[in-house]
Design a protein. Sequence first.
Lengths: 370, 370
Amino acid sequence: MTMDLTFLGTGSAYPSPHRGASALVLRTDGECWLFDCGEGTQTQLMKSQLRAGRITKVFISHLHGDHLFGLPGLLCTVSLNTSSESQQDLNCVDIYGPRGLRHFLRVTLGITGSQLLFPYAVHELEPTPDQSPEEGKLNPEMTAERGPLHPQEQPGRTISLDVSSDTYLLFEDQKFVVKAFRLFHRIPSFGFCIQERDRPGRLNTELLKELGLKPGPLYGRLKAGESVTLESGRVVQPSEVLEEAIPGRKVCILGDCSSVLGEGPQRLCSGADILVHEATLGNEHREKAVDHGHSTPEMAAAVARACCARRLVLNHFSQRYKPSAMVKEGDEDHVSELKRQAEEALQGTGVEVILAEDFLTLQISLRRSR
Amino acid sequence: MTMDLTFLGTGSAYPSPHRGASALVLRTDGECWLFDCGEGTQTQLMKSQLRAGRITKVFISHLHGDHLFGLPGLLCTVSLNTSSESQQDLNCVDIYGPRGLRHFLRVTLGITGSQLLFPYAVHELEPTPDQSPEEGKLNPEMTAERGPLHPQEQPGRTISLDVSSDTYLLFEDQKFVVKAFRLFHRIPSFGFCIQERDRPGRLNTELLKELGLKPGPLYGRLKAGESVTLESGRVVQPSEVLEEAIPGRKVCILGDCSSVLGEGPQRLCSGADILVHEATLGNEHREKAVDHGHSTPEMAAAVARACCARRLVLNHFSQRYKPSAMVKEGDEDHVSELKRQAEEALQGTGVEVILAEDFLTLQISLRRSR
Ligand SMILES: [Zn+2]
Ligand SMILES: [Zn+2]
Ligand SMILES: [Zn+2]
Ligand SMILES: [Zn+2]
């Protein structure tokens, strides 16, 4: 199963012609999960190789406009593209994000008379008081739910912090476990950890033949982890005939933050194949970055190091940093300097540092072993 | 005083990489008035020659997303660009649009924690029941005003139809009278008429000298329309010494519609220097266009003809019509065909037909006489 990550917008604060506002897509087997949706995401999506109609889940890290203002329009356009598509597109779109998101969508879709051809549900994460300064807390008056649901809205869940693990369980199915964790920012922000489940290793068919087992339903039972009793009475354990399990991939995508809250996230993200972290400003602007709830490359590197991530992707650059291809001689702010700063902080760890750019796609390959 | 009109988005339904969502800017003496603000307008503005910081008034024709979803982000970005600008930028931004707009902005700016460096006020137009089919009427529950104003929000006016003139008076000052009028669309929609005031003609200085009047305050009084008594007792009337008045320009910008309601708009827009009208689909799709509350070139031409407009600009094209420069051989839908259809309907009238394109700027020159 292929898995890749495409950056649709890598700029902070607002979209510009050279960097879109925050959005990225994790694609697995043709299904697209969207992380954040700044203004202009639908146009960036059209310019990319991805298909808007395939977006089945949306995750919003926090409610700042540069991560959210594109969502109502994206849903409307996905719906317009849905009309001629298959039934499959009419599955419910699940949307995860902080408390307030449900009301935001209900009002923006409602006042504009937007009708969708598919249902949607907003599952809200309940922030804790320590995720932002006092002035960043949403007035409960602002999100008190009133009025009827949007005609295409299905009731969503409210998800609270699981105190023992310091994480939020968003959902789990046969392929994935997806959790969120708390970040500190000017307003409550979240990171997401997408953990693919391990898959059983291949069956050793040589050995099975020696044991006298022919291909058939018993193979499936062994692969599913059940033991099998031969006619001879001999019990075959799965571990005897299965090669090493194929470890699931782990992708961690953090929203805007100046720090990660609690110890849980580090355990959760441990050994991440890829960790996407913001680096809004260079190390030399650390004070300003932290004042605004943001990180520097050094701070992003510290998180990657603590999690033993394999690859660190720097993202969410101040619009002062032009994409590498656009930098001209004499320009003061080089995005390559941000990469250098993170690499310096990660010296000797073997963590690879990558600069996100609009339309960059990163493959996430299966590993043979941990 | 120069006056020009710049199209930032000329596509219908959603923004695409080749046509932005609806937005255009009327510029006079460096002040910019924005008409509609679809998603991506702020990026289109950055790509244009205009400056976002100069937007002092915003007019929203109707609450469909392709005319509105860019407004919260635009306000935030104008604010970010304001910090280093002069005091002048801190004037209140006046925003005009249908009932519901105030709540939309309060919720979108409020939930995203967006703080602006300038105040804003939303002046709402009260639609009448005949502006849309029953299902297009906003549930009053949806726009009932609750909760406190946004911290930067100033109380706005509620503007009702003036039944005698069939128009809405938005504001008037020394230079302009701006009115709105009713359109029929899937949801209530409005057109705007910007009427520049006539200016007194030049003073005939030759004649004034003959009368023994030297340059000074009396010249100003004559120009302001007051009579002046000479030492000799002779009374000089302004009409004796003023050349013909310079007629003010008239710009009419219509939102989405399949028809104009009432007789007032035709009188109001009579003799428009420029009339911007949607033509979403070609004449051959008239039924579909009207079903969706839209117009064809022939329908747009009929409005221009009834108003005796000088120039008709076709706008708001279905995304199936690529910009002229992008049309390839074999393409079925030619935007030039829309122009031809309007020209055919206007044969013999002398009305000039223009196709709007993203980033097209049209000068609106002063006329010598009516
Ligand atoms: Zn951000
Ligand atoms: Zn943020
Ligand atoms: Zn429209
Ligand atoms: Zn419309």
